[in-house]
Design a protein around this ligand. Sequence first.
Ligand code: KIV
Ligand code: ZN
Length: 396
Amino acid sequence: MTKSVNPSEMKRITIFDTTLRDGEQSPGAAIEPEQKIIIARQLAKLGVDAIEPGFPVSSPGEFAAVQQISRELQGTEIVGFARAVRGDIDAAVKATQDAARRRLHLFISSSDIHLDFQLRKTREQVLSIAREMVAYAKQFVDEIEFSPMDSTRAGIEFVIEMVEAVIAEGATIINLPDTMGYAMPDEYEALFRTVRAQARGGDRVRYSAHCHNDLGLAVANSLAAIRGGATQIEVTVNGIGERAGNCSLEELVMAIETRKDALKAETGIDIAEIYNTSRLVSRMMHFPVAFNKPIVGRNAFQHESGIHQDGLLKNRATYEIMDPEAMGIPRSMIVLGKHSGRHAIKHRAAEYGIELKGEQLDEVYAAFKKVADAQKIVTDDQLLRIIGESTDRHED
Ligand code: KIV
Ligand code: ZN
């Protein structure tokens, strides 16, 4: 299915994980500082390139968690998050002091609606704060990421002005957040292309995308940003985050992995750790994953229709574009239900070492159909019970 791509054409995409910062801003997804370290260890095992573990200035517990993660995870870049405010920067600098590799991530709003109603500042004032705070942060840390918040509603001229100003003061990564999940993919791609081409100094920095999912476009917009020249994508596990969430790590990574040929991009993620990571985050943040969520949802690789089941038994590629086991997903490939055929029942029994044939297969199939009619899905335990009862009868 996948055409091979010349390795020299492949763009390596940096995966910046903000599950523990923006993800934690999900309504209902609170987490204790001690649990952050457990999730951060798993993110490192998953192979993310950078972790934003929290907002150090926001509380002593949050500061301590960022500090501990910085001390322990010496193989992963740690990001200290801060508003363009001295106190925030000081806390982020201190909390990440012991990281082997670190960066600071500063942000300030860029759209008029935010400037007028939230910051109550003029564009000139905001530009001057951005300049001053990037210069301040640069004294402590070399790698400075800067985000003009709400950049997709700000107007391109002002975004370019702000980007030029912060590059001049030493910003090394420009993140263009789609804070409200408002952009369309072609607009977002164009934003990156234009800023890269027109901002003075724009060729000296790396570009990052940060997408929210209000219109269900976070992954599509992140892929569009890659086309526009972004080499870093900010994601969260299970797509958790403010409102409808952020770009989902597992969806983005598997889109890149599955369509390498079309996207000419790759990540350093160990996909075998995707399912474990998803379960851990869901459990620790008390945040369930929707049944139909791509990649990690309960139904993502379950096929109920008899036609699909039959096709899968002949060749899995008929109805699967990814191998669930490669992502650590336990193989329950086929959901047995009222649409399942005799062949699927026989196959599932064989997976348990039971050979069903002739009269017994007919009998089990008839009993199975009754249960399936009543409850739609038949679990393996129920099927085994049906087979057990029929075997007892056959042995009597
Ligand atoms: O959504 C957003 O704009 C953010 C930034 C502060 C990066 O989370
Ligand atoms: Zn965000």
